[in-house]
Design a protein around this ligand. Sequence first.
Ligand code: ARG
Length: 456
Amino acid sequence: MAKQKTTVGTIDNEVLAFTAGRDVELDQALVTVDCIGTAAHVTMLSRMKPQLITEAECKQVIAGLVEIIGLARQNKFKINLADQDVHLAVERTLTKKLGDLGKKIHTCRSRNDQVAVDLRLYAKEQLLQTLEEAANLVVALTAFGKKHEAIPMVGRTHMQPGMPSTVGLWATAHAESLLDDCVLLVNAYEMNDQCPPGSAASYGVPLPIDRQLTSDLLGFSRPTHNVLYANNGRGKMESIVLSAMSQVMLTLSRLAQDFMLFTMPEFDYFKLPAEFCTGSSIMPQKQNPDVCELVRAKATRVKAAELGVYDLVKGSPTGYNRDLQEAKELFMEGIATTRACLRILAPMVKDTKVNVKKLIAGFTPGVFATDRALELVGEGMPFRDAYHYVKENLQELDNIDPVEAVKLKTHLGAPLGLDWNYFKARTDAVKETVREERKAFNQAVAKLLGVKYPLA
Ligand code: ARG
């Protein structure tokens, strides 16, 4: 059998390919964060007493890491199959450049440490991007709602006409759902904001490393405390993040479903921008809502990614197990999919047109029945009597104007009682979190690497 020499032993070629799996490609997304993690680690080693590398050596390593980050920015950093993953590719590159010094960077740590911190740094950035994109969609939905604030729309239950409502209420219901999802994303962000390195092979090392310092250098809020949990937390962290992502997708899927329903010619309440619809290869007249259908389908895939990670972890015994490597692809795909859906929907919402005529035509007299009963209640009739009175005199509802009807719904959160500042304040808070966290992280990394970050 053909064998291959690797940094950590000689193994069968097929075994190498099988065990490395997709890491050689997927780890491309981790090159920069892996270098940042290593920069913090060697800085910490240089400040230990006695120091395990000198300050001058630390500087040399960091310069080498900055070079690699530069290459990664241009997609020019190569991970070979013999490296197995980004961690050993970086070590190989530094050793080639710095000789014996390159061989010191793995002092007091394991690849498990590295991948754990890499994925947390990756998740940090991805969660901030997701929050920003979610805020943009909230802005689009809220603007759409405000623009059509008082336009009547039949409110439905069981999909059947129910009560008078508005386009504004419909749009901002989805916006508020997404704002709640942002709370889950921020929770996931906070849970993720713990620094695992120092766990080494899960059980710590017999030298006085400074885990708090590593955490501070990387701008994490704190180190994970228990070193074994630092390792067991891999997979759990991914599942927490994906669970927040799948809540986002739950919101988006319902929004997409509503769009499909209300753009059906039988409804014709809304018209999606033509450039967001696709044609048919055989039916010349077609304008299909494929974007919405795919968002609905992607919600299934993100949930599947979440469940996939959950299932990998649930039977996993304590300590590192290679199974965890399989979570990486699901994790990255789940996040990328959620973000793509957020990005595609914002401009679609913005340019969707409403058909006021059709929205008003959707009002059958029955839609006003409950309002009429409540009007009688206002005049002193007990509700059940009013209910039966209206049921027996439905003809009285024939000439009610939906525009006037919705004007009566003004209490908190009702169609004409929506507080636009509420939406704005919550959206601004999300944007502010993104700005502050991003700034703090970039500052920490710039200080660590001694260069402007992100690199110019
Ligand atoms: N690529 C590996 C992963 O994602 C890195 C850790 C390998 N650790 C090990 N003990 N074999 O899990």
